[in-house]
Design a protein around this ligand. Structure first.
Ligand code: SAH
Length: 313
């Protein structure tokens, strides 16, 4: 067993860190242990873990300890060479599968149950986007542990700071239960990044099909709206986050097309009726004042009146 600092020193003896690939390596074993605890791997042994961005391999070493299968995706050839040497036995035995490539471009292996990633911050958004497509086709994926830049983590989690509410919060919350892990200072990495980092645990859920949402919508005689509709309405509203909803949504969002059943000539009637069906003064709200349930209910009302006018013309 190596310490994380030892692994970083071995790697850095023959290679310099590449800033363009976000290479800030963990050198603090406490951080490795926190990730491991957050992932609750000691309780499981038939997981297929995808580790993204292996670096010197401190996290990889800990994951392999858990007797689960690890698939590692790493873009840097020199990192792959280092990993192949350090984990030669594990690769030979099939416990570690190493894939040299860009995680955003590659087709991922099927059956991944957990993702663990201390990744370069610049790929945080596109990676979440890719994962959101994968969960709709592969329901094995249950948990993700990410190391994000603190500010990005807060925009996912939001908590009581409603100014952090936005598209990122909505799209992640529809698919995942979000818990924050520890905040990590720059001194836990080599070389040190400029900002603080934060562990984030995402646990798979399907909010729209949960009992809570289903019974809530049923109590209002509404049908479940599509994810696409919720995103179109909320993202358009957040584009002008200082404006009241009734001003931003006066015109039909460009994302809603006739082929989705939205005819611009009916939009005014649809949106006005949807506003009237919500609580008093709803149309005077600014987007950050709305909860997730508000967005779901509001989208369901819009969907309801769209169908009403569609069938009546
Ligand atoms: N997980 C390690 C390394 C973190 S540094 C640790 O915590 O110490 C980020 C790692 O991601 C680097 O090894 C970098 O080469 C790799 N990486 C960067 N962009 C990537 C991409 N698009 N696909 C796969 N790996 C990438």
């Amino acid at each position: 067993m190596y310490t994380s600092r030892q692994l970083a020193e071995i790697f850095l003896a023959s290679s310099s860190p590449k800033r363009s690939l976000g290479q800030n390596f963990i050198i603090d074993d406490k951080v490795i242990n926190s990730i491991y605890e957050l992932a609750q791997l000691e309780k499981k042994n038939n997981c297929k873990i995808l580790e993204i961005g292996l670096g010197p391999g401190a996290l990889t070493q800990k994951l392999l300890e858990s007797e689960n299968k690890v698939v590692g995706v790493e873009i840097d050839n020199l990192v792959c060479k280092h990993i192949s040497q350090i984990f030669r036995k594990e690769i030979e035995s099939g416990n570690l599968e190493l894939i040299n490539g860009d995680v955003l471009d590659l087709k991922w292996p099927n059956g991944i149950t957990d993702i663990i990633a201390n990744i370069p911050y610049q790929i945080s958004s596109p990676l979440l986007e890719k994962i959101s497509h994968i969960v709709y086709n592969d329901n094995n994926l249950k948990n993700c542990i990410f190391m994000f830049q603190e500010e990005f983590a807060q925009r996912i989690y939001v908590g009581k700071f409603i100014s952090n509410r936005g598209p990122l919060w909505i799209s992640v919350s529809l698919d995942w239960d979000i818990t924050l892990g520890i905040k990590i200072p720059p001194s836990s990495f080599m070389p040190q990044p400029k900002v603080h980092s934060r562990l984030v645990h995402l646990k798979r859920r399907d909010l729209l099909n949960s009992e809570k949402v289903k019974s809530f919508l049923k109590s209002k005689n509404l049908k479940t709206p599509s994810v696409r509709l919720i995103k179109a309405i909320s993202f358009t509203s957040f584009n002008q986050r200082r404006k009241k909803l009734r001003n931003t949504l006066r015109r039909q969002p460009t994302k809603l097309k006739i082929r989705h059943g939205f005819n611009p000539k009916d939009w005014e009637k649809i949106i006005n009726n949807a506003f009237l069906s919500m609580r008093e003064f709803f149309s005077d709200c600014r987007p950050e004042e709305l909860s997730l349930m508000d967005w779901i209910e509001f989208s369901a009302q819009i969907d309801h009146f769209k169908n009403f006018y569609q069938t009546s013309t």
